[in-house]
Design a binder for this molecule. Structure first.
Ligand SMILES: *[C@@H]1O[C@H](CO)[C@@H](O)[C@H](O)[C@H]1NC(C)=O
Ligand SMILES: *[C@@H]1O[C@H](CO)[C@@H](O)[C@H](O)[C@H]1NC(C)=O
Ligand SMILES: *[C@@H]1O[C@H](CO)[C@@H](O)[C@H](O)[C@H]1NC(C)=O
Ligand SMILES: *[C@@H]1O[C@H](CO)[C@@H](O)[C@H](O)[C@H]1NC(C)=O
Length: 462
């Protein structure tokens, strides 16, 4: 069998070649701060999660999303502030009659399951609860409908016979925050727009930078007046990165950076792959594969539903777009099995995690809120590298190998003394599986599988 002999020799040669690839993590060279990774269960998906799953399956679904030992360890949830015409979908379903008439708010203590979902997430230590409105209530808008776009009455160029509703909309949003805070669910981020560059048949409201800039200071002041300056404002959850980039330019020139804490965008019309010029943190707040049927695959040629495809998107966002957070659309869905717009599927009894869930896990389990991304030097063929320093002093290095062969990498550190290393691999046969990390003399050598990921976590020496 001469050909086996040849193959074995080749592996040895390759092994030696690749072992020379080395990377240095510059642990004191801090880049963007990381807030985390997350999902939403908006539009009643939270209630379905609670009501269509029970006992062990429900627990397992929550563990897949939030458990940092067995699941993705997600740390952010994004809730929708409803703008509908029923008590279950709005805290102000009916017009009080005019913008200066006292509003009769109502809260059903459920919010289509989002109160429950928030409480469950908090049990796992989730502290970042982003409340985002898709639209103002219809009666506050030029088209008198929460759906089909339309503008907030009173913003520049959009007058309504019913008056200027900007203060009323700010009061409405702040009241929503108060309902949650009063139930021990502190809202940390507040957004007043969702895809303002897209008109659709569900709740949607149009806005450019001008409209947003005429509202942001009002919302900021209203939070202040209510003692809620601990809530950070976001803008604008546009359809895609390029669109959010141009809106942000307008916000920056209008002086909005002093009121906002986050620039937020989705990735449907363009992925986050370049920096949006601003000194605010940037978040990718809604991402999904809306085209493919449900798939749990890690890698099979690069399709939109595959985990490895999403690992690349998250990597690009962190490495090239200065992202501090990456949030998928939905977490767990029951009896859907349609699009791949959620990370975990269930038939009501069993749960199926997707490759996309494990792509998130490769960062989210290890890179915890408050970490900073740090610089690295050196490069590895076909392999993306992001490195982070956690608040507990540990360092995490995440490798993503898009090539056809395994890469062996020796990792050294400057301004950091590691006490030991643990490594985990995800590829077509393994999901965040522990693997050996050869640790010696303050360096670690790891092997990153082809079309796979490896995350290595190094504890800091005491
Ligand atoms: C306030 O709203 C609640 C619930 O929607 C309703 O039952 C009640 O009659 C309203 N009160 C007033 C004064 O409109
Ligand atoms: C995460 O899963 C582990 C292992 O099943 C379990 O011991 C732990 O309690 C879970 N953590 C939380 C916060 O539920
Ligand atoms: C913000 O302050 C309010 C009012 O004191 C409190 O209820 C809420 O829990 C605080 N939120 C955060 C995120 O600390
Ligand atoms: C990255 O974002 C931070 C805010 O999180 C900002 O201070 C920094 O300037 C940004 N970096 C670049 C290269 O734009």
């Amino acid at each position: 069998m001469p050909c086996l002999f040849t193959l074995a020799a080749l592996v040895v040669v390759l092994g030696q070649t690749y072992a020379q690839t080395s990377v240095t993590v510059e642990a004191a060279s801090l880049l963007q701060q990381i807030d985390g990774f997350g999902v939403s269960q908006a539009f009643g998906r939270a209630a379905e999660f609670r009501d269509l799953l029970s006992g062990d399956p429900q627990q397992q679904g929550l563990d897949y999303l939030f458990n940092a030992t067995t699941g993705a360890g997600l740390t952010i949830i994004r809730n929708r502030i409803g703008s509908g015409t029923t008590d279950s979908d709005s805290i102000l379903p009916n017009s009080p009659g005019g913008p200066s008439v006292a509003a009769n708010y109502t809260f059903d203590d459920d919010d289509r399951g989002q109160v429950w979902f928030s409480q469950q997430a908090m049990k796992y230590g989730v502290k970042i609860i982003y409340a985002d409105a898709w639209s103002a209530p219809g009666f506050m808008k030029t088209n008198n409908n929460e759906n089909n776009g339309g503008y907030l009455c009173g913003t520049p160029g959009h007058t309504c016979s019913s008056g200027d509703w900007r203060q009323a909309y700010a009061d409405f949003l702040v009241q929503y925050v108060k309902y949650y805070n009063a139930r021990g669910i502190p809202i940390t981020q507040l957004g007043f727009l969702n895809e303002p560059d897209y008109v659709t048949s569900y709740s949607s409201m149009q806005s450019g930078a001008n409209e947003a800039s005429s509202f942001i200071p009002i919302l900021y002041d209203t939070l202040e007046k209510n003692g809620l300056n601990n809530v950070s404002l976001t803008c604008c959850d546009a359809m895609g990165w390029n669109s959010q980039k141009s809106i942000t330019q307008g916000l920056v020139s209008a002086g909005m950076e002093k009121y906002l804490k986050y620039i937020t965008s989705h990735m449907y019309s363009s992925d986050p792959n370049s920096v949006i010029p601003t000194n605010l943190k940037t978040w990718q707040t809604e991402a999904a594969d809306l085209q493919s049927r449900w798939c749990a695959t890690w890698y099979s040629g690069g399709g939109q539903c595959e985990g490895f495809t999403w690992a690349n998107k998250i990597h690009n966002g962190l490495a090239n777009a200065n992202l501090s957070a990456y949030i998928y659309w939905q977490g767990v869905e029951v009896n859907q099995f349609q699009a791949s717009s959620y990370l975990v599927a269930s038939d009501g009894e069993t749960l199926t995690p997707s490759g996309r869930l494990w792509a998130f896990a490769m960062w989210s389990r290890f890179v915890r809120p408050g970490a900073y991304r740090v610089s690295t030097s050196g490069s590895v063929s076909s392999t993306g590298i992001t490195a982070f320093k956690n608040t507990d002093g540990s360092v995490v290095v995440v490798f993503l190998n898009s090539g056809g062969s395994q890469q062996t990498v020796k990792v050294s550190f400057s301004d950091f003394t590691p006490a030991g290393a643990e490594a985990f691999v995800t590829d077509n046969t393994r999901s965040v599986a522990p693997v050996e990390a050869a640790f010696s003399d303050g360096t670690v050598t790891v092997s990153v599988p082809s079309r796979g990921m490896l995350t290595v976590k190094l504890a800091a020496a005491a």
